[in-house]
Design a protein around this ligand. Structure first.
Ligand code: FE2
Length: 410
């Protein structure tokens, strides 16, 4: 297959791409088609490596309003609604909804997903369902699974055992939720446990870390310190870290030294945390999103995630990373020209680093995983809400969208 006249990422020039045996065989200007070769006219549109969802909860996806709507929009009413929904959880139910959510993601150009799965459940049903779906979709949309202790490790009966069982069953990453543990001691203990578990089984780590507006919530320093001391920083991710929004600047200055030394990754979830945080404030209300702009300026890796898709914690969303980036740029005040133009990196290259993907990117010799957007650059794509026209995985078309035709009658 030969794709003519395509822009790679935000390049001002077009090029041609030959895909052969599932790989990018050649990238150059004016490649002549071989006899009988399929030729696709790129028309100067942009090609990107596939979008990556680096933080989502597929086990609760698509359950908003079932059996009740979260009318206050708070985290706590979300937990109440979820506990009612949890009663009718089955492996098939989890698998079916997760599959539907992944199909929505695929239609929006996503090919790699890191999902958190609640393991504070003695039956580990959701984990079983997601593990089966991971196998079913391998090579089409690759799923990484985090063993996520929604109700704590130290604070939940047999929490440590359930975590270890989930890892033995096949989870890719170890999670934790230090800000939800009963005490600060439990918080530290849970992080020590999670890091040791990951080390023992050679797993990645992704912690729901300080997702609260409490400026005293400081799981992050413990996580970064353990990662630094174990030399595991690049394998470790701190998700949410919304308390950092409320830390005082003197503490943040000290903290950033450790964060840089540790080399850990961050995932921010601007849609959901803008919606959920600041709920105990009157006015002014805090935005409750971590310091993305400052982390990036310090050379620390940050990606964006959708977090929840149409569930008790977030009543909207169809798994489109463009919406996440759009909100993130606003709420993090990253609206400079270059910041908007290059913002796709938050849901592509930066996320690939967090997920430890290898051979990712449009380069000769890499697997031909790419998407084509109906725009010449990402600034326009974001502004015009351009569709992902094609999504190719290993050179095979896995999703396509016909662009909407708008007509103005005056
Ligand atoms: Fe989350």
């Amino acid at each position: 297959m030969l794709i003519k006249n395509i822009r790679i990422e935000n390049s001002s020039e077009t090029t041609d791409i030959r895909v052969q045996d599932g790989k990018f065989e050649r990238i150059a200007k004016d490649i002549a088609p071989l006899p009988g070769e399929e030729v696709i006219e790129g028309k100067g549109r942009m090609a990107l490596p596939p979008f990556i969802e680096s933080h989502v909860h597929l086990d609760s996806a698509l359950t908003a309003g079932d059996p009740c709507w979260n009318l206050s929009g708070t985290l706590f009413e979300g937990i109440e609604c979820w506990s009612k929904r949890k009663d009718k959880l089955s492996k098939e139910d989890v698998k079916e909804r997760a599959r539907m959510a992944v199909r929505k993601q695929a239609a929006n150009g996503i090919q790699f997903v890191r999902t958190h799965v609640d393991v504070t459940d003695p039956t580990l049903i959701a984990m079983e369902g997601l593990l089966e779906l991971r196998e079913e979709l391998k090579g089409i949309v690759d799923i990484q699974i985090v063993a996520f202790p929604q109700e704590g490790i130290q604070s939940y009966p047999n929490g440590e055992k359930l975590m270890e069982n989930a890892v033995k069953m096949g989870a890719d990453c170890v999670g934790a939720i230090p800000h939800f543990e009963f005490t600060r001691e439990y918080s530290v203990e849970s992080l020590n446990f999670a890091m040791k578990l990951a080390e023992k089984y050679g797993k990645l780590v992704d912690v729901h870390c300080d997702e609260i507006d409490d400026e005293a919530s400081r799981g992050l320093e413990t996580l970064a310190c353990r990662a630094y001391e174990a030399g595991m920083g690049e394998m470790v991710t701190a998700s949410h870290t919304t308390a950092m929004h409320s830390y005082n600047n003197a503490y943040v200055t000290k903290l950033f030294r450790l964060l840089k030394m540790s080399k850990i990754n961050f995932v921010s979830n601007p849609l959901v945390n803008t919606h959920l945080q600041g709920r105990m404030d009157t006015y002014p209300k805090r935005r409750g999103v971590t310091r993305v702009k400052e982390l990036l300026a310090a050379g620390i890796n940050v990606s964006f995630g959708h977090d929840d898709i149409f569930d008790p914690w977030y009543p909207l969303g169809d798994g489109n990373m463009r919406d996440v980036v759009h909100m993130g740029l606003h709420v993090c005040q990253m609206m400079g020209y270059e910041e908007i133009l290059n913002s796709y990196k938050l849901v592509t290259h930066n996320a690939a680093r967090t997920l430890h993907l290898s051979n990712y990117g449009i380069e000769e010799g890499n697997p031909a995983d790419f998407i084509i957007l109906d725009a010449e650059n990402f600034y326009d794509a974001l502004n015009e809400k351009s569709a992902v026209l094609y999504s190719y995985r290993g050179g095979k078309l896995i999703a396509s969208t016909a662009p909407a035709a708008k007509t103005v009658h005056f």
